[in-house]
Ligand binder design. Structure first.
Ligand code: PNS
Length: 357
């Protein structure tokens, strides 16, 4: 530790190449910028690793700290370090992935945070989603400060609504971005170039194993209604598909590469949690047959009971896609039949290779 009452104590670092502890000199510079605002604050140390940033904050007078990391070994190291510094009474440690775990973290906190450290692995995508999640789950007090540690090349192109960039500091390859949470402010791009419009966004979830023209048709028609569509592959740990989630996402990115308002993503856990995290207005699903309707109706009721605020929108398939199901298409391909009218060419090629036709 570089400051406060546990100054001079060495913390244990969890094993593993994914862990990148903030260097002492960067930590020192960071806390001198934060100054006495740390005192009495509620702190969230996300992607905590060894927990060094949150522990430093506690050492310098923060009232409470919440730590989270998705790795077992990090959670173990944080608990051990807190115990060593006799700070375990002022801290909570979660093993969770972000942004998915934000709702759970908020439930455990008596009040929102004043200071958040975000130190995701370099090159990791989705920092905007984490900020959106912090806002969505009311994890921040007004004027809360957020410190992002990232690589120079990962600087923000645009910050989400409600966040204002206060400043940046460079230390070698490391970039610290200081953000301030001002939810009443108008959304502005970082360069001040115009205002971003308020969007209505819908999540189109599914297995997409693989994506068919039937799915593409739903997306194209939904674009007439929604500003933005997030086509999201559900990660199902109990069911191994024909294609891996990465392969499905890759094919869909290829299919929608000319559609700037379509984003391809994947999610694990409950769909309703993902919808909240992405601040979407609704879930979109396509319906082909009465059998689909039964299945969709059950899912709709389950989702509604999990989150009464979630809305679900259904679009009927166009007649020519009525019998286009990923499983029927896979059977046709495996038996050497033609599916050119059912699958985008890149997907058809990948499926033939996969089924070795
Ligand atoms: O394309 P599919 O297989 O019909 O899609 C089903 C999907 C992914 C939408 C559904 O299984 C889902 O929502 N999974 C996420 C887990 C979840 O939230 N389950 C509870 C509600 S059914």
């Amino acid at each position: 530790m570089v400051g406060g009452f546990v100054r001079g104590r060495r913390l244990g670092v969890p094993p593993g190449k994914g862990v990148r502890p903030t260097q002492d000199r960067i930590r020192e510079a960071l806390f001198s910028i934060l100054g006495d605002t740390v005192e009495g604050s509620i702190v969230l140390d996300a992607f905590a690793g060894s927990g060094a940033l949150g522990i430093e904050a506690l050492s310098r007078g923060a009232e409470r700290a919440v730590f989270c990391d998705e790795k077992h070994e990090c959670v173990h190291a944080i608990r051990e370090n807190l115990r060593k510094c006799e700070l375990d009474g002022r801290a909570v440690v979660f093993r969770t992935r972000l942004p998915e775990g934000l709702a759970r973290i908020r439930e455990a906190l008596a009040e929102p945070c004043d200071l958040v450290f975000l130190d995701p692995p370099y090159g990791a995508e989705g920092k905007e989603r984490i900020l959106e999640g912090l806002h969505r789950f009311a994890l921040l007090k007004e004027r809360a400060r957020i410190v992002f540690e990232h690589a120079q090349k990962d600087a923000f192109a645009c910050v989400p609504a409600g966040f204002v960039v206060e400043g940046e500091r460079r230390y070698g390859n490391t970039l610290l971005t200081f953000l301030n949470y001002q939810p009443g402010e108008e959304r502005e791009t970082m360069g001040g170039k115009g205002k971003a419009k308020i969007e209505n966004c819908v999540i189109y979830p599914g297995s997409f194993d693989p994506i068919t023209y039937g799915h593409v048709n739903i997306v194209k028609r939904a674009l007439k209604i929604f500003d933005r569509i997030i086509v999201a592959v559900a990660i199902n740990t109990t069911k191994s598909g024909t294609f891996s989630v990465e392969e499905r996402v890759g094919m869909m990115q290829e299919v929608f590469k000319g559609e700037p308002d379509v984003e391809v993503d994947s999610f694990s856990g409950l769909l309703v949690d993902y919808v909240r995290t992405r601040q979407a207005q609704a879930i979109l699903r396509g319906i082909r047959t009465v059998t689909d309707f039964d299945y969709e109706f059950q899912m709709a009721l389950a989702n509604k009971s999990l989150d009464p605020n979630v809305e679900q929108v259904y679009m009927m398939t166009e007649g020519k896609y009525l019998y286009h199901s990923s499983s029927i298409i896979k059977e046709i391909v495996s038996l050497g039949g033609a599916v050119g009218e059912m699958l985008p060419p890149a997907v058809e090629k990948k499926l033939s290779e996969k089924l070795k036709v």
